[in-house]
Write a protein that binds this ligand. Structure first.
Ligand SMILES: O=c1ccn([C@@H]2O[C@H](COP(=O)(O)OP(=O)(O)O[C@H]3OC[C@@H](O)[C@H](O)[C@H]3O)[C@@H](O)[C@H]2O)c(=O)[nH]1
Length: 444
């Protein structure tokens, strides 16, 4: 058996050689027939002569071409319709950035959202921004957001559908003031003292953090460092910055009522100066940044706010309402708490000093109008109702009454809640808290 196989082998080899020679001869004949000159370009030959009709055949087979055309049609329809769908969705207050991506983002900032989208759309220059940016809600930091005014501002921003980050060191702020937002994914609370730097990515910064009552601020003069840190943050991330300054910048005024143009009459070394001069310095820093520093490019994107349009200054006058500290030391909170506790009302000095008082919701409306408006300020924010007291203390302003005509005209803002309506709301809040406090003490 072995012998037979070995004898067949040369024959098989011969046969194979014969076949291959025939194949080569046939190919040579074909080449000659097509007139192709170079026998060394078989690839060119293959592309031009065979694969083109073959790929066309492939396309036409099994309706492949039809499927490709339908796919292209669906894709183009989606991209054409997408801008108009996004525009429709901006009527939803939660959807922020898209609106002016398609209207060119006017220079005016009737709403802050339009400003933010203005920059992104102009950067991409085609009216479309990445979906992650377009669908992001306006993100706002409120420093001192767990305090009296801050927490009411947070309520308004949350109700409007913004993402809100509260920074508070709880020196005078209380978790109870914002506890109703816990669990809401749009709300974050950070325990932090603004005298230390912090880095966050936000669109707006309402800077309220600073003890505002004489009994508190002398222990915690945060104005200068806190403001510097927040201005630095705003500049770095391209956010709009609103400083809540105070009527105290007018000191014991020689001009009455006080207009924003009045420079004030402040004792630089008195008991109140850490607050008064601190806020004056905070205003100076804010205006220096405003004049000198344009916000930088952020990650290569154009900054959201135009040059010279990223700071705001509000001068807050005497404000009252629910959530004021019970022992805040200020006249309205003192009188209400004293009356409820049936204690004697404390009247300082000769009691001839005057103030005007505004309900907290009016102030918050004014702050938001200022932040979202077109004017830098400063603006006096207060009502024009006045109350007279009897006695007095060191460096205590004898009279104070704001001229709010600038805010009325340029922010279209004016207070709505008269003392008669606002005070009972505050009294109700104080009564509940004082009763709870008393109950707590009784239980101990
Ligand atoms: O129990 C009191 C408390 C206060 N007063 C007097 O009432 C007047 C108002 O005092 P408040 O402490 O309520 O408020 P002030 O006007 O001194 O400062 C306030 O106004 C502007 C805000 O920006 C400041 O943060 C805030 O401290 C003062 O003349 C004060 O001496 C009383 O007569 N009795």
């Amino acid at each position: 058996m072995v012998m037979e196989k070995s004898q067949e082998f040369p024959q098989i080899m011969k046969q194979l050689h014969k076949q291959s020679t025939t194949v080569i001869q046939r190919r040579d004949e074909e080449i000659a027939a097509t007139g192709t000159t170079s026998p060394y370009s078989p690839k060119t030959l293959k592309h031009t002569t065979r694969s083109l009709p073959r790929s066309i055949n492939y396309l036409f087979k099994e309706q492949r071409l039809l499927f490709i055309l339908v796919g292209i049609l669906i894709g183009s329809t989606f991209f054409i319709l997408q801008p108009s769908l996004s525009r429709i969705s901006t009527s939803d207050p939660n959807s922020t950035l898209a609106r002016s991506s398609f209207n060119g983002g006017s220079g005016s900032i009737a709403t802050q959202r339009e400003q933010v989208s203005f920059s992104t759309s102009s950067f991409f220059n085609v009216g479309r921004v990445p979906s992650a940016l377009r669908q992001r809600r306006l993100r706002i930091v409120v420093t001192g957001g767990a305090g009296f005014v801050g927490s009411h501002l947070v309520d308004k921003l949350m109700a409007r559908g913004n993402d809100v980050i509260v920074i508070d060191n709880f020196f005078t702020g209380r978790k109870e003031n914002v506890v109703h937002h816990f669990g809401n994914p749009r709300f974050e609370l950070i325990r932090h003292d603004v005298v230390e730097p912090i880095l966050l990515e936000v669109d707006q910064i309402y800077h309220l953090a600073c003890p505002a009552s004489p009994v508190h601020y002398k222990y915690n003069p945060t104005n200068v460092m806190g403001t510097l840190n927040m201005l630095g943050l705003a500049k770095r991330i391209g956010a709009r910055f609103l400083l809540t300054s105070t009527s105290e910048v007018y000191g014991d005024p020689l001009e009455h009522p006080q207009k924003e143009t009045y420079w004030g009459n402040v004792n630089p070394i008195g008991e109140r100066s850490c607050y008064d001069e601190g806020k004056r310095t905070a205003e100076t820093l804010t205006m220096d940044y405003h004049r000198g520093a344009d916000v930088e490019l952020i990650n290569g994107l154009k900054c959201p706010y135009q040059k010279n349009d990223w700071v705001r200054i509000a001068r807050i006058f005497n404000t009252y309402g629910p959530r004021m500290c019970l022992d805040d030391g200020r006249v309205v909170s003192n009188f209400v708490a004293q009356a409820i506790r049936k204690e004697p009302l404390t009247v300082y000095g000769d009691g001839k000093q005057t103030r005007s008082f505004q309900y907290v919701s009016d102030l918050v409306d004014g702050l938001v109008a200022l932040m979202d408006g077109e004017h830098v300020g400063p603006f006096n924010l207060d009502s024009s109702a006045t109350i007279e007291f009897r006695p007095n203390t060191a460096d205590d302003p004898h009279k104070r009454k704001p001229d709010i005509s600038k805010a009325k005209e340029l922010l279209n803002w004016q207070p709505k809640i008269p003392l008669r309506k606002g005070l009972p709301l505050m009294v109700r809040d104080f009564r509940n808290r004082i009763l709870n406090e008393d109950e707590g003490k009784a239980r101990k």
